[in-house]
Design a protein around this ligand. Structure first.
Ligand code: KG4
Ligand code: ZN
Length: 364
């Protein structure tokens, strides 16, 4: 294999959760195909994702996803120059399916293979769309598994400013939806119901709101929501419940982002801030609009991926792989999938941001 070969087409495989996704991009940032086959019907009756079922479904879907992607892109498999697959974090069964599949294709065509961190895929997606988005930038990553504010200083240099102390924001949407008897994933359904609701009807707590601790917490909100719905008729109140929950979550995200902007300025020693939102919850229009307003007020540039690039997809994995390959020209045939794979090296240390800004927090 020639490790310095020129790359024209990049394939990205994403199988870390319950979507079997394959994307193809070219070196001029064109998304040639971005196929997502969801498994919602397989998991519906269980009220959540069953890892073993997900792994088996990936196995039956992955070939179909590849065929559809090649057909859409109008290219042949042998024209792919770089094969990338999500290496973690995620459900181990699905990761093994995606990695083995992608590695085998790369090996048989004697092309490089890269295992990509799923969070890095989300983190860098906006750079696939916006040519003027350079490093560094501040990232609000909001997905089913993660809620983090990260200073993305350069490719591969991630500094975690804050993370959730308990539930992720996607989980909060999903669990609240489940309590209301809605299907999974619940986030889009809560958003839909919210449109006809009064967002100030119910008052829910906002954990850590206005605190100097740069982390998130959502479990108190979840508990308060479960207590409220026990005392009201869910069917009559579903729109107001959804809208009030969505507003509370958006308020919390905004408040934590405001604090992170201050910390980010200290880290980068600059007043210039580019803010990026990524992950499945970034598809929420209310959250996008609230962050846009905040960015206008704070005079910062705001970048948000298109809806289909917010949720899990293969193009984001292809793009992150392409960014890596341009810099490192490496290949990773020895990689073993990693169910846990934090983006920043400080993740296992205690509260790195608090150490950086001191016990009193940052100056408001
Ligand atoms: O990034 P993603 O597709 O998968 C993970 O890596 O977790 O995120 C999935 C999460 C789910 O919790 C889903 O409910 C949430 O994103 N989500 C939304 C919306 N679309 C997806 N949450 C709120 N509003 C939406 N429109
Ligand atoms: Zn994701």
């Amino acid at each position: 294999m020639t490790s310095h070969q020129k790359v024209k087409y990049v394939l990205g495989v994403e199988t870390s959760c319950d979507d079997t996704a394959i994307g193809i991009i070219d070196s001029s940032k064109n998304i040639k195909a971005n196929i997502v086959l969801n498994q919602n019907n397989y998991h519906k009756e269980f009220g959540g994702i069953v890892p073993e079922i997900a792994a088996r479904a990936h196995l039956s879907f992955i070939d179909i996803a590849l065929k559809k992607a090649l057909k859409k892109a109008k290219i042949k498999l042998e024209e792919i120059d770089l094969f990338c697959s999500t290496g973690g974090p995620g459900l181990i069964g699905g990761l093994i399916v995606g990695n083995t599949f992608c590695k085998t294709l790369a090996w048989s065509f004697q092309k490089p293979f890269l295992a990509i961190n799923h969070l890095e895929g989300h983190a860098l997606t906006a750079r696939l769309l916006y040519d003027d988005l350079n490093y560094p930038f501040l990232l609000l990553l909001v997905s089913g598994g993660h809620t983090q504010l990260i200073a993305v200083l350069n490719y591969g240099e991630y500094f975690r400013i804050g993370t959730t102390l308990d539930d992720s924001v996607g989980e909060t949407f999903d669990k609240a939806a489940k309590m209301m008897g809605l299907d999974q994933p619940g986030g889009p359904l809560i958003e839909k119901l919210s449109k006809e609701g009064n967002e100030n009807f119910f008052k829910f707590p906002k954990p850590l709101y206005k605190s100097k601790n740069p982390n998130f917490s959502f479990s108190g909100l979840k508990t308060a929501f479960s207590k409220t719905i026990k005392n009201v008729d869910i069917n009559i109140n579903k729109h107001n419940l959804a809208a009030s929950l969505q507003k509370t979550i958006s308020d919390c995200l905004l408040d934590r982002t405001k604090l992170a902007i201050k910390i980010y300025k200290q880290i980068t020693k600059s007043h210039k801030v580019n803010l990026v939102i990524a992950g499945g919850v970034a598809a929420n229009k209310k959250i996008r609009a609230d962050l846009k307003n905040l960015s206008n007020k704070e005079d910062i540039k705001f970048y948000v991926p298109t809806l289909e690039l917010c949720t899990d997809n293969g193009a984001m994995i292809a793009w992150a792989g392409f960014e890596r390959y341009k810099l490192k020209k490496d290949t990773m045939f020895n990689f073993k999938p990693r169910p846990r794979w934090p983006l920043d090296p400080n993740a296992f240390k205690n509260n790195p941001t608090m150490r950086l800004v001191g016990k009193k927090g940052i100056k408001a």
